[in-house]
Design a protein around this ligand. Structure first.
Ligand code: PHE
Length: 340
């Protein structure tokens, strides 16, 4: 019996040494201490031990059981700690390693200025609306008081899909689409692309951007137009900015004006940005023509309104001192990066 106990102790020692995974330690515990375990079996066979030797034997068996429990417990703890150590090492984070810098894109200057303009008008209570770039002749010309054969069509020659469908030459189309859908009071701006069959040069492009503005309500006057544009120009170019209205003609507004701002670089003295003029033309505007209102089912005896349309590229170029419009469309990253 004594030898058996010693042999079991030695075997366990060897087996524990060979163990690599914590499940194997548990397997050993079952092998020796489980219900059908070797030591448990030994205890059961105590009946065959002579009565006078039983107490001494029992003591030895108990000692061995305590020993086995002890070494298996210790081994388990050891494996747990080693496992933790391994995990920590694997998941180590070097906080001093240089970060991976991901390049962040920036807004294109046209998009940036468009957003700036939108924000100014949102601040004045305007809604932003959208309109299609492929448009009916009706919205681009006819409903804007410009019937077939009208000389104003020549100035805005565009690309035709067929007799009735074209690429819009102005965002003024959105005036009509808005008035058809909504009843006054109306206060909207609409930025977007427009097209004209112009050859490309430093100041012309067959595609460019405009932003239309339209206000219709009872009692809207030219004073409202001037006040709105003045607040807009001062917010965009600075508090000292002055406006100049020059009489002009648009078929869909009466009276009409071209509007200049005092040069925000030289303040009006004359410099290269304003071409020594002191003024920079930024938009066309006027009071919505009664024919246009009537065509949209709005009674011009009850309602009046103003509209304006500004060229976004012009503002971008003046604001950033860009002399060639083509730079805005070439997508040269060295150029665009400057606007971050
Ligand atoms: N649509 C005109 C243009 O492109 C600008 C404009 C808009 C003028 C609204 C008056 C009112 O030249």
């Amino acid at each position: 019996m004594k030898e058996k106990l010693q042999a079991m102790r030695d075997a366990l020692e060897r087996e524990l040494d060979a163990v690599r995974a914590s499940e194997d330690v548990e397997a050993l515990r079952v092998k020796y201490l489980g219900k059908k375990g070797e030591l448990t079996g030994l205890l059961r066979s105590m009946g065959s031990v002579p009565a006078e030797e039983r107490p001494a034997m029992g003591k030895l068996v108990n000692e061995l059981r305590e020993h086995i429990e002890g070494v298996i417990g210790a081994k388990k703890e050891l494996m747990r700690a080693a496992g933790m150590q391994l995990k920590l090492e694997k998941e180590r984070l070097d906080v001093t390693a240089p970060a991976v810098v991901r390049p962040i894109g920036g807004r294109h200057p046209i998009a940036a200025v468009t957003k700036e303009l939108e924000d100014i008008f949102i601040g004045m209570g305007f809604d932003i609306v959208d309109g299609p770039e492929v448009e009916y002749d009706y919205y681009n010309f006819e409903a804007l008081n410009t019937p077939p054969g009208h000389p104003a069509r020549d100035a805005q020659d565009t690309f035709y899909v067929n007799d009735k469908v074209l690429l819009r030459s102005q965002t003024s189309t959105v005036q009509i689409r808005t008035m058809e859908k909504t009843k006054p009071p109306i206060r909207v701006v609409s930025p977007g692309r427009v097209y004209r069959s112009d050859a490309v040069d430093a100041t012309h492009s067959p595609m460019f951007h405009q932003m239309e503005g339209l206000v219709v309500d009872k009692g809207i006057t030219m004073g409202d137009l001037k006040g709105t544009l003045e607040l807009f120009a001062k917010t965009l170019f600075g508090e000292e900015t002055k406006l100049r209205f020059r009489p002009h003609h648009f078929p869909f507004t009466e009276p009409s004006a071209e509007v200049d701002v005092s040069c925000f670089v030289c303040g009006g003295k004359g410099c290269s940005v304003c071409k020594k003029e002191g003024w920079i033309e930024i938009l066309g505007a006027g009071m919505v023509h009664p024919n246009v209102l009537r065509g949209c089912g709005i009674d011009p005896e009850v309602y009046s309104g103003f509209a304006f349309g500004l060229g976004i590229e012009r503002i971008v170029m003046k604001k950033y001192g860009i002399s060639d419009m083509r730079l805005l469309y070439e997508n040269d990253i060295r150029f665009l990066r400057q606007f971050g």
